[in-house]
Design a protein. Structure first.
Length: 188
């Protein structure tokens, strides 16, 4: 864990980055096939952070967004809220799992070339500390372990600005070909 001064500096940097990304970000929505056609996985996240593609609606619903993306690494930042609480009086583990799933799967996506997509086939989460709305922000950082022709694996950590680890995860993603422009049955 960081010192209180270091944690305050980290929090200020995270808040500044969020403001910077939100200032450019488009309204939540879904990208159309023509908007993403010809883009690599990494280019999709870069376009999202630049406001050229909309972030998915879940980011608004669960109060998180992508704040960093590079080849093999993605960072999502989220604000734990009372609305995310479970009956036990802490943030529901599903909220943390969603951030981690986004980070680790999208890390795999950043390595994919044009014409490829993915789906998560396995997600493993370990919760190590309860999360409450007293934590101002958390970051889920996903990093690729391996990407092959059909499978990709990644790992991630959910951290507070003071360095506290709340959960960690690993994923396996199945890599798929995007459907081509011609869809439907083959002509006879």
């Amino acid at each position: 864990m960081n010192t209180p001064a270091a944690a305050a500096d980290t929090l200020a940097a995270w808040q500044a980055r969020e403001q910077e990304v939100r200032a450019r970000m488009a309204a939540p929505g879904l990208s159309t096939p023509p908007q993403v056609q010809g883009k690599t996985g990494l280019q999709i996240y870069e376009a999202m952070m630049a406001g050229e593609l909309p972030p998915p609606p879940i980011t608004q619903t669960l109060s998180f967004l992508v704040v960093e993306a590079e080849h093999g690494r993605v960072v999502f930042q989220g604000r734990p809220q009372f609305a995310h609480y479970n009956p036990l009086g802490s943030v529901h583990g599903g909220w943390a799992a969603t951030l981690l799933d986004s980070a680790v799967a999208c890390a795999v996506h950043t390595t994919l070339p044009v014409g490829k997509t993915y789906t998560t086939v396995e997600l493993k989460i370990n919760y190590v500390k309860a999360l409450t709305d007293r934590v101002p922000l958390v970051r889920a950082e996903g990093r690729v372990i391996h990407v092959g022709g059909r499978l990709g694996t990644a790992e991630g950590r959910l951290l507070g600005p003071d360095g506290t680890l709340y959960a960690h995860a690993s994923t396996t993603c199945f890599i798929l070909d995007l459907p081509g422009p011609a869809t439907g049955p083959t002509p006879r």
